[in-house]
Design a binder for this molecule. Structure first.
Ligand SMILES: CC(C)(COP(=O)(O)OP(=O)(O)OC[C@H]1O[C@@H](n2cnc3c(N)ncnc32)[C@H](O)[C@@H]1OP(=O)(O)O)[C@@H](O)C(=O)NCCC(=O)NCCS
Length: 191
């Protein structure tokens, strides 16, 4: 049974092109403040497009304790630029973690960042921390769904949520990835 840590555990993982590490207050950037202005990103996150102030971002970073919640940035090795984040909330009694991924820098999307980060992130939470499942919510029709299913994610149930843009309600898929399904998918790679 996975045990909750008593002290903060900062994360640092490496992939070929990225460093995945706990985000610190000093990592707030002007670029990040623009991420939610992008209509495509806002739509898929069901958020109203808007800029965030640096103070707001620092406040958001400060809500993560690196015990029950982890904010893990995706930093380009070549440039040091922060291009995206994983916000992860651990439910220790249930041995699960809820994961949200955003590649905020639009020129860094569809370059394989999330694909490269995925094995490192789930291996850390499933195998290193010993958690038994991951959860995520995805808006129906999201282009990531086929890829998620290939990695072992399954739809558990669906719900409707008011649309942030004021249109028709948005269908939310509640997805689950068990550790067994993850291990099968991971073994199928050369990871
Ligand atoms: C969705 C999101 C997190 C994906 O991150 P990303 O880094 O752009 O994704 P990737 O580039 O790794 O993968 C995108 C596709 O390109 C493919 N790809 C993988 N490596 C690649 C590479 N080196 N070059 C180009 N394409 C690649 C992937 O296979 C993937 O297809 P799949 O989804 O069918 O598996 C990101 O685009 C994003 O934040 N978008 C806006 C907000 C959003 O939609 N958030 C998610 C809510 S669920």
């Amino acid at each position: 049974m996975a045990q909750p840590p008593q002290i903060a555990r900062k994360v640092r993982l490496e992939t070929a092109r990225y460093v995945l590490r706990t985000v610190e207050a000093g990592d707030a950037t002007a670029g990040w403040s623009q991420w939610l202005l992008d209509p495509a990103a806002a739509r898929w996150l069901n958020a109203a497009p808007r800029a965030a102030s640096l103070d707001e971002i620092r406040g958001y970073i400060a809500t993560f304790d690196s015990m029950k919640s982890h904010l893990i940035g995706i930093f380009e090795k070549d440039t040091g630029r922060l291009i995206g984040i994983h916000s992860i909330y651990v439910d220790w009694p249930r041995s699960e973690y809820l994961i949200n991924v955003m590649v905020g820098e639009s020129d860094a999307r569809n370059q394989g960042a999330r694909s490269e980060a995925r094995p490192a992130i789930h291996q850390f939470f499933m195998e290193e921390l010993g958690l038994e499942a991951s959860r995520a919510t995805v808006i129906a029709g999201h282009p990531s769904l086929a890829g998620m299913q290939r990695w072992g994610w399954a739809v558990e149930h669906k719900s409707l949520k008011p649309s942030a843009s004021g249109g028709a309600p948005v269908e939310i898929l509640h997805m689950k990835l068990t550790r067994d399904a993850w291990r099968r998918a991971f073994r199928g790679t050369d990871g």
